[in-house]
Design a protein around this ligand. Structure first.
Ligand code: TXA
Ligand code: MG
Length: 344
């Protein structure tokens, strides 16, 4: 696709920012907006032609459906055919916030949004800028992460411009995203409810509210040949770094020993803050060792840095698969093409 438009950078502190973004969206054009998770590439969710532009700008496979973002709960009913009992429990506890629910879709949701599925993904973001833009647009917004398909999700306006400058009308700059990884996705059209993508709302928290919640096997494992994906997004090789990335599962000492034994030019470390000193190779950090929130916040920026620096092999510290750590692990294990070495 040719880069044929000028992408306007709008600062969210500008008093006319929301009005301007809202107007662009009402006209059927695209604006990248900050949310508490990552930046989203937004279009009017009821305008199929506008939504189709999202797929073009991102180079997104046509069969991968989008999340609809609402600005208050009154926008929910028209999008949904029927409301499973569990929806209200999750809404009371986690909305607005980084939780996406898969619900039976109403006839009003354009096929471009749901990619032909009978369900629709809905989220009420907590970020005040996202809420203000939805209000200003006067319509729910369909928005995937605002990256080129196959790149790490963007956590700053700069990341969005790196990927989509010239392809979208505007980016609304609301600073760095607080959570840093995409929302938790739960399917409540099935019983027991199924966790399709882990995020800042953890499996443990969901179980407290719903009782049983199954973790889809594709969260931590590769899809086996011929296995159907519960979520179309699981099928796609998400972000594939330019370098080969390998997770090293073990303690800090074991990690250092392994990296020392395998040090070479063009080898890098993806480690936790403060661990660089012990390593004989170049290092990029993502958060501190016992701070999975910091790891989540910094992961995608770290992956972008690694790509810029053109290493051929990266040894990464392997996060714990608990709490928010499960979400960090889910993103990293995909970046690693499921390549893990156990150091225990
Ligand atoms: O935090 C987020 O969720 C960000 C911000 C912008 O809100 N959005 C985001 O969207 O990550 P996206 O498109 O990058 O990821 C949405 C995921 C995809 O894996 C997609 O396959 C899945 O949700 N999904 C969407 N609709 C679905 C549906 N009806 N059934 C199953 N999975 C669905
Ligand atoms: Mg995405």
């Amino acid at each position: 696709m040719v880069n044929d438009m000028e992408t306007k950078l709008i600062n969210a502190v500008n008093p006319h920012a929301f009005e301007e973004a809202g107007q662009i969206l009402r006209q059927g054009s695209l604006v990248a907006i900050p949310t508490e998770t990552v930046y989203g590439l937004a279009a009017d969710a009821y305008n199929g032609t506008a939504v189709a532009k999202i797929f073009q700008a991102k180079g997104r496979p046509q069969d991968n459906p989008l999340i609809v973002h609402i600005g208050d709960c009154s926008q929910l009913n028209p999008l949904v055919r029927e409301m499973p009992e569990q929806a209200s429990l999750l809404i009371d506890r986690f909305w607005p916030g980084p939780l996406t629910m898969i619900l039976p879709k109403s006839a009003q949701v354009p096929n471009e949004v749901s990619a032909g599925l009978d369900t629709v993904a809905i989220r009420f973001p907590k970020h005040p800028v996202a809420q203000a833009v939805i209000q200003a647009a006067g319509t729910p917004l369909a928005a995937p992460s605002a990256n080129t398909s196959g790149r790490p999700s963007p956590t700053t306006a700069q990341h969005v411009l790196e990927d989509l400058s010239g392809k979208i009308d505007a980016v609304l700059d609301g600073g760095t995203c607080q959570v840093g990884i995409e929302s938790t996705v739960i399917d409540i059209t099935v019983y027991p409810p199924r966790l399709l993508r882990p995020g800042a709302i953890t499996w443990e928290q969901l179980r407290q509210v719903l009782g049983t919640v199954e973790i889809d096997p594709a969260v931590c494992n590769p899809l086996t040949k011929g296995q159907a994906a519960s979520s179309p997004g699981m099928k796609y090789k998400h972000y594939a770094p330019q370098a080969r990335l390998i997770l090293l599962d073990g303690g800090y000492e074991q990690y250092c020993d392994y990296v020392r034994a395998h040090a070479a030019p063009h080898v890098a470390a993806l480690c936790y803050q403060g661990e660089e000193q012990g390593l004989p190779v170049e290092a990029v950090t993502y958060g501190a060792a016992h701070d999975e929130w910091g790891q989540a916040r910094e992961l995608f920026d770290a992956l972008r840095k690694l790509d810029q620096r053109k290493f051929s092999l990266v040894y990464a510290r392997c996060p714990k698969q608990e709490g928010v750590g499960l979400a960090v692990y889910n993103r990293l294990i995909r970046a690693a093409g499921f390549e893990v070495i156990s150091l225990e």
